[in-house]
Design a protein. Structure first.
Length: 316
């Protein structure tokens, strides 16, 4: 993922959410709308989430140390997981509670033009932020569908911002619907219903984000296309005759670990084997630039058991 592209989308979302949060709290103060309060807390939580994403990106750039020899790339996954927790607890659960209280103790909205005006402004601002996230994501998405992009992206920032902005837009529409129905019917219960819907939406989005970032935290392999390019690059047919088995693991969004057992000629000298390994590593890095940590173990080629599928069970 382009770090600059991800940061651009995060900063755009942060600026929009801070402005929207202030306007929503002002509207709540004048109107007493629970939808406005829930949306204000939602925007404030989103602003904190963007701050967490920026902090995670900065901390992930630290140099590797003796204690963390593979670096800090996974910090970006950790902070993205924290975003899901914040969105679930502060955003979703609070909205559910506030919606329940509003339905249980409804009251008529005051100064209705405040929440309506703020919601219209917020929809415009969130649309601009969402547009930026879509533009930056399209540069990386390629032929993948949006669902595939969210599920397969190794860099968590853009999927997080996309889902947050989408949730914010849908939540604003729900809030506008709740406020509108409360004004049309004179029944404040509708404001609480809109708030409950916002809470359910945020909880669902938080669970999706948590599931995806959990998978990244556990450790995901390279994409199938990248694994294919690595297999093709390792074997040159001369010094490296076969790929016996291979494992890949993302140490971070832009850093891949490759560990493989390769087949070499039985009559090769130690110097020739060392040169074969160096050349294979260079080919892999050229084919997949994010493959920065590579461990290749040489073994004598034994036909026909040198295929990866046939000999995976003989790893040691």
């Amino acid at each position: 993922m382009s770090a600059s592209g991800g940061n651009k989308a995060i900063v755009a979302a942060l600026g929009a959410n801070l402005a929207i949060a202030v306007s929503k709290f002002v509207a709540f103060a004048f109107s007493g709308s629970s939808s406005m309060l829930a949306e204000g807390v939602h925007s404030l939580a989103d602003s904190g989430n963007q701050g967490l994403l920026l902090l995670g990106g900065k901390r992930a750039k630290r140099e590797a140390s003796d204690e963390h020899p593979f670096g800090y790339g996974r910090e970006r996954y950790i902070y993205s997981f924290l975003v899901a927790i914040v969105l679930f607890s502060i955003g979703g659960v609070f909205a559910l509670y506030e919606g329940y209280e509003k339905i249980k103790h409804p009251h008529e909205l005051e100064h209705w033009y405040w929440p309506v005006g703020v919601l219209v402004f917020a929809i415009i601002a969130e649309t601009l932020s969402f547009r930026t996230a879509i533009k930056e994501s399209n540069e990386l998405r390629g032929s993948m569908t949006w669902t595939q992009f969210v599920r397969r992206a190794k860099a968590p920032e853009l999927p997080v911002v996309l889902l947050e902005d989408l949730g914010a837009l849908v939540g604003l529409v729900l809030a506008l619907g709740g406020v509108g129905m409360a004004l049309l019917t004179g029944n404040g219960v509708w404001d609480g219903v809109g708030t409950l819907c916002i809470g359910v939406l945020l909880v669902v989005i938080a669970l999706v984000l948590a599931a995806e970032t959990k998978s990244l935290l556990l450790g995901e392999s390279a994409d199938p296309s990248e694994r294919d390019r690595i297999r093709e690059a390792v074997v040159d047919g001369e010094s490296v005759t076969s790929l016996i088995h291979m494992r890949t693991l993302h140490l971070g969004p832009e850093e891949l670990l490759v560990a493989a057992k390769i087949g070499v000629r039985g009559d090769a000298t130690a110097l020739q084997v060392a040169e074969a390994i160096d050349e294979a590593e260079a080919r892999v890095r050229e084919a997949v630039p994010i493959a920065r940590v590579i461990y290749l173990e040489p073994d004598i080629a034994r036909s026909p058991l040198n295929s990866e599928a046939q000999s995976a069970g003989s790893e040691r």
